[in-house]
Structures are given as structure tokens and as C-alpha cells.
Design a protein around this ligand. Sequence first.
Ligand SMILES: Cc1cc2nc3c(=O)[nH]c(=O)nc-3n(C[C@H](O)[C@H](O)[C@H](O)COP(=O)(O)OP(=O)(O)OC[C@H]3O[C@@H](n4cnc5c(N)ncnc54)[C@H](O)[C@@H]3O)c2cc1C
Length: 444
Amino acid sequence: MAEQPESITVIGGGLAGLAAATRMLDRGYDADLTLLERAPFLGGRASTVDYKKYRLDLGQHMHVSGFEVYLEFLTRLGLGDKIRTQPRLEAEFRDGSGRRGKVKDSNTPAPFHLASSLIEFPFISSIDKTSLAGPLLSALLFNYEEDNRQVSFSDWLRRRGTTERSIERLWNQIIVPTLNAPVDEVSVPMGMMILKRILLDKQGGKLGRLDGNLAEIGDKASNFVESQEGTVRLSSPVNSVEPAEDGKWRVKLSDGELVESEKVLSAVPGHRLEKILSETTLNKFSRPFWNLEWNSILNVHLFFSESVMDREFFGFLEGTAGWVFNVDWNESDSGKHVCLTMSDPGELENLDTEELVDLVKQELTGALPRINEATMVDSVVLHQPKATFKPKPGSSSFRPSQNPEIRGLYVAGDWTDTGWPSTMEGAVRSGYLAADEILGDSAR
Ligand SMILES: Cc1cc2nc3c(=O)[nH]c(=O)nc-3n(C[C@H](O)[C@H](O)[C@H](O)COP(=O)(O)OP(=O)(O)OC[C@H]3O[C@@H](n4cnc5c(N)ncnc54)[C@H](O)[C@@H]3O)c2cc1C
């Protein structure tokens, strides 16, 4: 480590801020480190809230085995034994009529390990299936990422012969839940990442979740930071961040308290950072991050008197399309708490709660017929209007480096430049990158 800064303030205790703080302490930083979090809990978008007697995660937060840095972070925090990842990729899909199909890793070597299940996939025709060959082969043979940042993934697929139906029934089913945007609004490098890292990568594409609640990540990270003499302050919203004349930064909390430090690492989402920086500081960013657009996610939780679901999750191919989770999978109450996660919900987010719950329950009954015999005892909808940024063509030019070259100011968050989409992996990577910039670069 270069000469260490005398004080660092991290703003935001989501995965990016927690990863950054952990990394700096792990690298031996032992001066003054304070993390300020607006909410009364840590974790940000990957956290847990209380609803009546239930503890609900804000989204089910799947990982793929290729999330190397995120999984390493969990292990570092002591959560390694809670990481549950499939031995082989297997994802079931169901429609409202009860029809089922699977995308499954066979014993065939990569990149052909999914081929036999795609050939049998019942929701698209033989012509649609044949149209998959062009893009898959092109992705294997050529590198399209660099030259196609301004092109939409759907245009790229169409140019390689993909049919509209397979875009709708297959590609959107993969791209919408992973990137929270339809293929029309996804850039080629981002679509390609899903194609190469999930579909064509036998080792990296296995799906998984953390056993237990996401709150454990925040709890463990907070314990670690405090055990290393760092300070975590909850319920401490930051109103403004200004450079002071002595070369330090002045962080002002909403109650007027001032916190001064040599370095500031903002780990809040871009749409919040824009509000706490002055226009003078914003003008120093070479990338206009405020142009990034954000998209919402809806989680519709239904609670039943008895079990209605006997799988951990499946992709749902109806109007309220999304992924359906058996939230208490592996527990004694398995199958009673079902959650439909709707990425990019469009018009559905304008329905009132009761209408939405009724619609979801009605549509899900085809895929989960046991709902007919069970009583729905409760329901709740969690709506996150700014869940992820849209990985639109051209959006990479809005994502700033973790070191934007503004003396003493650093940024982290899934929206900063990591090359990854808005994911837990992107968030943790950004935190590590920012931490390394701060510690390796303290003379700048
Ligand atoms: C419903 C949902 C489902 C998702 N599903 C998945 C998934 O399955 N897989 C996946 O990989 N990713 C998923 N994501 C995305 C993932 O949650 C995010 O990419 C990641 O958590 C972002 O972390 P972050 O630290 O960059 O930002 P955040 O989690 O947003 O953290 C920012 C923190 O800053 C705090 N903050 C904001 N303003 C201030 C302020 N003024 N002062 C102090 N603190 C402030 C916030 O309270 C928050 O704690 C999902 C997201 C949502 C919303």
C-alpha cells in the first residue's frame, strides 16, 4: 500500500460500499474509516425488510457461478457455507396452461451442453430453434463487444437470422430477468455477456442463491468493519459532499453534522450522487453518469395456507412473466410462500396492489394448480422503481471509472464502469476497484 490516507469516508452501505470498506481494511488500512448509511440497515438493494411476521428480501437475488468476486466476498465474510449453487445449470419454464420445458446442462461438453434441451424446448417452433444457431455460432467465433456498443442486442440477433418469436419467447426470457430490460434496450456487449457467461459457459452459468436472508451480508460486513476498528453509522443520510479549502472533503449529514476526511468514496447509486454533489464537482466528471436510465422490478409475494409449489424456482411465460420462487425452499414451510419477480414490468407497475395480486394469482394457477385448493392468507407487493440501470446501447459511455480523477473523490456502485451489468457481481467488483484506487493512489 502507498502512504495511507489519514481518513476515509464511505457513503452508502450497499454491496459496493461494504465491499470497498472490507477490502481497504483487509489490505491493512488502519487509520480512520467511517461508513455512512442512510437507512437503518445495511445492504441497500440487496437487503431484507420486515413485513408482519415475515422477513422479506428485496428481490430473490440469484447469482451465477461466474460471479467470482461476489462469491469470494461472501466467503471472506464467513458466508461460504450459505452459498447454494446448482451442480449443473437447470432452469424449468412453465406457461399459464401448465406446459413445461427445461433448459438443462447435459453431459455434452461446452458450448453444446444446452443443445439437447433447447431442441426439446416446447415454447418455440423448429424454425425458431434453427434461428438460434446463427447468433450462438457467431458469439463463439467472433468478438463483437468492442465495435457494437451502440447497437442493440435485438438488432444483432435479427441480423443473424433470429426470428421475432424466438426473440420474444426465448431471448427475452433470458435477457429480461438477468438485465432487467428487453433485448431491444440492451447493448451488444451486455447481451453478449449473458450469452457467453451463462448460456455457453458450462462452469460459469450455474444458478444459485444465498441460503437465509440477504441481511446476513450486511450484518457480517458490519461486524468485520467494526472488528477492524472501522465505524459503521446507520440512519446517517448524506445531504452534500463539498471539497474544503484545506484539501479535505466535507460531508454534510441531513441533521447538519459535518464529517471531514481526506478521501471520500461515494457508493450510492448515480441518481443519488447527482443530488449530493455540487454542479462544480459534477462538471469535473468526464462521463455524464446522470444520463444513465433506471428500470424497476416488482416482487409479488403470495402466502398460502399450504404448499403450492414443489420446485425452488421456474421461469413463468405468461402476461405477468418473470421468475417464480419458492422462498422457503429447503425449509419446513417450503411451498407456502411464493414470490413472482417481475423484471421490466412496464404497464403492470401502474396497477393497484389488489388488481396486481389478483392477476398474478389467477395467471399462476395454471402453472401451480395446487393454488386452487389452497387459501391465500396474505400478500404484499414490493416495488423498486430504480432497481437497476438500463444497459442500453451507448450506456457504457455514461459509466465513470472508480477513480474519476477528481482529487480525493472516488465512486463505486454497480452503475460505475466495471463492464458488468447492474448485478451483485458488478457492485462488489466496483467496491474492490475503488478501494484499490484509494489505497494504491493516495498521493494523487
Ligand atoms: C428487486 C431487485 C432484484 C435484484 N435481483 C438481482 C439478482 O437476482 N442478481 C443480481 O446479481 N443482482 C440483482 N439485483 C441488483 C443488485 O441488488 C444491485 O446490483 C446491487 O445490490 C447494487 O449494490 P450497490 O452497492 O451498487 O448499490 P445499493 O445497493 O443501491 O447501495 C447504495 C447504498 O447507499 C445508500 N444511500 C443512498 N443515498 C445515500 C445518502 N444520501 N447517504 C447515505 N447513504 C445513502 C442506500 O441506502 C444504499 O444502502 C436486484 C436488485 C433489485 C432492486
